[in-house]
Design a protein around this ligand. Structure first.
Ligand code: KG4
Ligand code: ZN
Length: 368
């Protein structure tokens, strides 16, 4: 009996030792964890996020409704709203992450591309906050951050692309097919020579009299319509480039002619119009993706940017991938549209490379 007790207590001791050791390793690991605050202010969303290494602790976004009545973003109003929102948004992000500002290791901010006045608010805030805390700043390219959003860890998303992969980045200002070889090596294989895919959605919506931003409105209506009801010209550029301005004009002229015959044309065919224009944009986008995959032999394809929130695009890519044996990475809606978590993850990779910015850094409005 005693022997048995001794054996059990020996076991307990061994277990206690093991527990202590794993706690010690965990504490050591915890002490090396990095807290990065991300700041995004490139357009009309003010956002702040906190990441613990790659794990998301908070991602707070303040949208600016002020632009809705103007049918598009008014740069002056956007800068002013960022100025009002930035401190409360950062405070909430820190509170939600349950950390003190003195625990931050670095501040990553969007340097560009975007609206200069908007970028200046985030950049100036990041600089002064970091100076006060005596921590480094990291400048982040907005488009690369959209792509790197695929590496954010949360409770459900743990499956990330492996390098190299292709990314279709589709936003309000950009449309690109990018070959991603590492967090810092990205090559643009093709891009739009005029309007971006998001602009094509927004302009089509505006022509139909839908509120801004039009992309989500078209998406909603398209679910109720027939994508083959109307046919619009899907222009094809050389190589992997895109052009959406012809489609925009064709859509405008088509509606102008139909409205001459019937004033109620848009009202009567809203859903079919939305479904047909969305179908054409998606077809144009995915034709080039197919070609890029064929040319590069890379079969992992990721979506990024605001338009990647489009349910038709997500579904079509998923179906195409299933047929062709490709692996897809489709971001959660909260990481599709502009957010600071993607800025923080891009900052995390740069932190690992020791790639910090000086206090003299200035924003850029156009892609470098
Ligand atoms: O990436 P993002 O939030 O901002 C930029 O960096 O531009 O993208 C905004 C664009 C807008 O054009 C918006 O209409 C479009 O993304 N968008 C959508 C959807 N949600 C946002 N387009 C189509 N369907 C959606 N569900
Ligand atoms: Zn964006």
């Amino acid at each position: 009996m005693q022997g048995e007790w001794q054996a059990i207590s020996g076991l307990h001791l061994a277990k206690a030792g093991e527990t202590f050791l794993s706690y010690f390793c965990w504490a050591l690991y915890q002490s090396n964890l990095m807290y990065i605050l991300g700041i995004e202010s490139s357009c009309d969303d003010t956002s702040a996020a906190v990441l613990q290494d790659t794990r998301i602790l908070s991602n707070v976004i303040a949208n600016q409704d002020v632009h809705q009545k103007f049918g598009g973003v008014v740069p002056e109003l956007a800068s002013r709203a960022h100025q009002q929102n930035i401190i409360p948004v950062v405070e909430v992000a820190l509170r939600k992450a349950k950390i003190e500002k003195k625990q931050l290791d670095a501040i990553a901010f969007t340097r560009g591309p975007g609206l200069l006045g908007s970028l200046l608010v985030g950049t100036s805030f990041a600089k002064s906050f970091a100076m006060g805390l005596d921590i480094p700043i990291i400048e982040v390219d907005h488009l690369k951050a959209h792509i790197l959003s695929h590496f954010i860890d949360d409770d459900e998303t743990k499956n990330h692309p492996k390098f190299p992969f292709l990314c279709l980045t589709v936003s309000g200002g950009h449309t690109q097919i990018v070959r991603v070889d590492s967090a810092s090596e990205m090559t643009i294989l093709g891009k739009t020579i005029d309007d971006a895919a998001g602009e094509a959605f927004d302009k089509a919506a505006k022509t139909m009299g839908l509120p801004y931003p039009g992309g989500p409105e078209i998406d909603k209506l398209a679910k109720l319509g027939n994508p083959l009801a109307f046919t619009f010209p899907a222009s094809s550029m050389q190589g992997l480039n895109y052009s959406f301005s012809g489609l925009k004009t064709a859509f405008l002229y088509f509606l102008r002619d139909r409205l001459k015959e019937d004033e109620q044309f848009i009202e009567k065919h809203k859903a079919d119009l939305a479904a047909s224009i969305q179908f054409t944009i998606i077809k144009m986008l995915l034709n080039k993706v197919k070609r890029a995959i064929k040319e590069t032999g890379i079969t992992q394809i990721a979506l990024a940017g605001g338009v990647s929130a489009n349910s038709g695009l997500r579904q079509s890519l998923t179906e195409m991938a299933a047929k062709n044996n490709w692996q897809t990475f489709i971001p959660k809606i909260q990481y599709s549209t502009d957010n600071a978590a993607m800025i923080a993850i891009a900052g995390y990779f740069k932190y690992l490379d020791g790639d910090f910015a000086g206090q003299d850094v200035v924003p850029y409005s156009k892609s470098k």
